[in-house]
Design a binder for this molecule. Structure first.
Ligand code: C5P
Length: 423
């Protein structure tokens, strides 16, 4: 588990290139700043600087092999969990390409696969290796997954060439590390509620109305928020995803169940993020037994489901309005009285809604912002077959009353991080 209440742990990965000697200075800077530093080296890394040097500077054993001690805990898992941030400096083209493809063939690459800590990569290599198409594609893939690339500098290289590929300055790598460590604690003490996935509205015990929502977005947001120190309650419809690390997960099926669960937890929140693709309608009645094929074609009457976001967001307004200026009937949410025990203390939760649209994306989002009493609507165009619902990538428009900001096409994990930066 990332160190929260003690000194922060920086895991420094050192790979095999001449710039490895600069990692010694980096360890010194981290130590001077009062951080705990664990160094993990690739076998080639040890050809350039001996582990003894890093052991002395870091005052910690250096991790070299997965099974140094057969009686010890599993090294890569321990390292992965201890790390508040994983910095790979210098990172060779070889290691970068392996990371992009999920190869775990040494302790450093296996640990990178196992950790949920932010990953900072400071490449160092020959200019031709840097410009190589594979290397560039790997950097794009890693960036999309949320890794931070500390761009190399251009100049004279140890191999005699001139061009990009020289390790960024240790001061720059140090500063980027500190920014990440601060971000990792940016939501400490905050309580966040997230809804995710589709809902199922049953016609009979085996048939339901639903949507193809994968839940990836909500799960990525919940996990990232927990990683930044927030206390997270994730209310999820049926999805095929494991519980995200560090969150309280409540699994529900229907919109009504989702609303009931969200109501129970809609207290003392700092933010509520509604990503669920809730079914707007449900059958008026659910048959107790499976409807037989041979029966006459059944008529299905649909009724409106509650809008979870709008219902709860309106309560925030109601709670405050009644406390401040009790104007009878002025609140559109007056039909939904504050939940018993709803207590927002001195601050209102920041309400985020999502809007999946196929046309007039921004306009629709602006309208939703008003209709649903949200502070931010994250809008996305789901008309493209490669983005949105079941895909891993998306482009988001962050729509508030003041402005619209549009992201690049990024992985949902990277987008989750971007959203939490905005909170
Ligand atoms: O109006 P529309 O369904 O497009 O709004 C989407 C936003 O509202 C999402 O944030 C979604 O989670 C939320 N929503 C909800 N309950 C509903 C319908 C939508 O919370 N019944």
């Amino acid at each position: 588990m990332p160190a929260q209440d003690h000194e922060q742990t920086i895991l420094l990965g050192v790979t095999g290139c001449i710039a490895a000697y600069k990692a010694c200075e980096l360890v010194r800077l981290y130590k001077k700043a009062g951080k705990r530093v664990k160094v993990v080296m690739t076998p080639m890394g040890t050809e350039f600087v001996t582990p003894a040097t890093f052991r002395t500077l870091s005052e910690e054993p250096v991790a070299l092999k997965a099974v140094d001690d057969p009686n010890a805990a599993i090294q890569h898992i321990v390292l992965a969990q201890e790390a508040d941030v994983f910095v790979i400096a210098p990172a060779t083209a070889n290691t970068i390409n392996k990371l992009a493809h999920g190869v775990g063939d040494n302790l450093l690459t296996t640990t990178a696969l196992a950790t949920g800590a932010p990953l900072l990569i400071a490449p160092a290599m020959n200019v031709h290796m840097w410009r190589d198409e594979t290397t560039q594609a790997s950097l794009v893939a890693l960036r999309e997954r949320g890794a931070i690339i500390i761009e190399p500098e251009s100049g004279y290289l140890a191999c005699g060439d001139t061009g990009e590929g020289r390790l960024a300055s240790v001061e720059e790598i140090f500063a980027a590390t500190i920014v990440e460590l601060d971000r990792a604690r940016s939501l400490e003490g905050k309580r966040i509620l997230v809804t995710a996935g589709p809902t199922r509205e049953f016609l009979d015990p085996v048939r339901f109305i639903s949507s193809p929502s994968s839940g990836i977005t909500g799960y990525a947001i919940a996990e990232e928020a927990a990683r930044r120190g927030a206390e997270v309650v994730l209310i999820s419809g049926p999805v095929e995803l494991p519980d995200p690390f560090g969150c309280t997960v409540i699994r529900v099926q229907t919109a009504q169940q989702m609303l009931a669960a969200a109501e129970r937890h809609f207290k003392d929140l700092d933010a509520a993020i509604f990503t669920a693709a809730v079914s707007d309608f449900r059958p008026e009645a659910t048959a107790q037994h499976k409807v037989k094929k041979k029966a006459a074609s059944p008529e299905v009457r649909l009724v409106q489901n509650p809008d979870i976001l709008a219902t709860l967001a309106a309560r925030v307004g109601a709670d405050f309005d009644t406390a401040a200026t009790p104007v009878a009937g002025s609140n559109p949410a007056s039909s939904t009285a504050p939940a018993p025990g709803a207590d927002f203390g001195t601050h209102t939760p920041f309400i985020v809604g999502f809007a999946a649209e196929t046309q007039d994306v921004i306009e629709q989002a602006r309208q939703k912002l008003i209709d649903k009493h949200a502070d931010l609507i994250v809008a996305n165009d789901v008309s493209s077959p490669t983005l949105g619902f079941a895909s891993t990538h998306n482009r988001w428009h962050f729509v508030t009353a003041e402005r619209v900001e549009t992201s690049a096409v990024l992985s949902k994990k990277a987008l989750a991080s971007l959203l939490l930066d905005k909170l």
